[in-house]
Design a protein around this ligand. Structure first.
Ligand SMILES: Nc1ncnc2c1ncn2[C@@H]1O[C@H](COP(=O)(O)OP(=O)(O)OP(=O)(O)O)[C@@H](O)[C@H]1O
Ligand SMILES: [Mg+2]
Length: 416
């Protein structure tokens, strides 16, 4: 507990894993954490969905991960996906991520048409059939019911606003029909203007959906957050200004604090850009050109594997400065931005260069879906796999018990 500016703050001691790394403790959020955990604890009561909503950077993913960790701690089977903005247009990407660790277990139990539909949609087999969307949706329902008969399951999708429509409709069909199976959906959605629920949320009966609006952090919580993340103290006046400028938004506050010099005058106006986008832009502009070029490729591809990046001409060490600056890391054997806002700013700022970049990518990758880990594994069985140096070899699939990887099981060096 700490007292700051007359405010007493109780810090909740929880730490969750983000991407491949041990995240600092969650600060504040006692009520939100209690709400999320209570929702997870009711898994046995049948299907329900919790949607964490809020502005960019406010802390939705942090709570989402805490929910995921709680579900795992209760012995639930967690199927999870964190789609990237650039993946929205790719068919069945999220479905592939969600089912990646369980398919080999349950596929043999499905009827032939359903199995073929699932294998075809996730590109595990060249079925040659036209995709039967109904068979696929029924197959997804079957998978959820079979898993639910073994133990309660949580379907956790972060950034659900980027869920690809084909995954969304198959999942919506399945979730509407799982009946009394102990299946939960834990979703996080960035609220933009106009605030539109995702397709998946709209497909679920409203009485089954709970919503939690994630709001600003208190000054005290922000104080601890900055200390934990950046390891440096801030004068109380500076802290209050950071809180005011960021509106209690932790990502905004962190970017502000990062940009401030140690000798910032506590009574001077904050000598940093006004908006979050400008702050991010300034931070990225401090990276070498080659690193920014490599990051642009990552942003255009969403979550590429190291081998795909190499094929597009990215040198393995080009991303090292970005990793050192905590701009990107490794998750599930793919390279990702540590925060989607970094990716969006960089990608949108490319302007006309975006087209050139996509042409460069298209020249070496005719099927953009190839970057998905599920797909790359199945394509490894192709007759003439490309010869690769050892550091670009695809990773083995994560063990079923570790679908949400935590460092040190997925250290970033594994990516390269
Ligand atoms: N309660 C908290 N305690 C500690 N750190 C936090 C907390 N909330 C957020 N953060 C940190 O703030 C940053 C932004 O949080 P997070 O990624 O959860 O936001 P978000 O709402 O998911 O953003 P986006 O809409 O862009 O996905 C992260 O670095 C996260 O670790
Ligand atoms: Mg998020």
């Amino acid at each position: 507990m700490t007292a700051l500016n007359g405010v007493v703050v109780v810090f909740v001691s929880v730490s969750v894993t983000i991407g491949g790394g041990m995240a600092p403790e969650i600060v504040g959020r006692e009520e939100e954490l209690a709400f999320v955990r209570a929702f997870v604890d009711r898994a046995e009561e049948g299907f329900g969905a919790l949607v964490l909503e809020g502005e960019a950077g406010i802390g939705k993913s942090t709570l989402w991960l805490a929910g995921v960790e709680h579900a795992r701690a209760r012995g639930m089977d967690v199927l999870w996906a964190r789609p990237a903005e650039a993946e929205r247009g790719l068919a069945h990407v999220v479905l592939g991520d969600l089912l990646e660790g369980v398919l080999d277990d349950v596929l043999p139990e499905l009827s032939v048409p359903r199995r073929r539909a699932l294998e075809g949609a996730l590109l595990r087999e060249e079925t040659g059939d036209r995709l039967d969307h109904r068979a696929l949706a029924v197959a997804v329902r079957d998978v959820l019911q079979r898993l639910g008969a073994r133990s309660p399951i949580a379907i956790a999708v972060d950034d659900v606003q980027w869920l690809d429509p084909s995954s969304s409709s198959a999942l919506a069909f399945a979730l509407r029909r799982v009946g009394v199976s102990p299946v939960l959906a834990l979703l996080a959605r960035r609220v933009t203007d106009p605030a539109e629920p995702s397709l998946l949320e709209r497909a679920i009966a409203p009485e089954r959906v709970r919503r939690l609006r994630v709001g600003p952090l208190s000054v005290g919580a922000l104080h601890r957050l900055l200390h934990d993340h950046l390891g440096r103290p801030f004068a109380r006046q500076t802290l209050l200004r950071i809180h005011e400028r960021s509106g209690g938004n932790p990502f905004f506050a962190l970017e502000l604090a990062r940009a401030l010099k140690a000798d910032v005058g506590p009574l001077e106006p904050l000598p940093v850009p006004e908006t979050l986008d400008e702050l991010v832009r300034t931070r990225l502009s401090g990276l070498p050109d080659a690193t920014r070029d490599a990051l642009a490729v990552v942003a255009a591809l969403g979550a590429p594997s190291p081998s795909l990046l190499e094929r597009v001409g990215v040198e393995p060490d080009a991303l090292e400065p970005a990793e050192a600056a905590h701009v990107n890391d490794c998750e599930r054997g793919t390279i990702r931005f540590t925060h989607p806002l970094l990716s969006s700013v960089l990608y949108h700022d490319l302007g006309a260069r975006r087209r050139v970049l996509h042409r460069r990518i298209a020249a070496v990758v005719d099927d953009p879906v190839m970057r998905a880990p599920v797909i790359s594994r199945s394509r490894r069985t192709s007759p003439t796999p490309p010869s690769q140096p050892p550091w670009t070899r695809p990773l083995p699939p994560p063990p079923i018990t570790a679908r949400l990887p935590a460092r040190p099981s997925w250290p970033s060096w594994h990516c390269w």
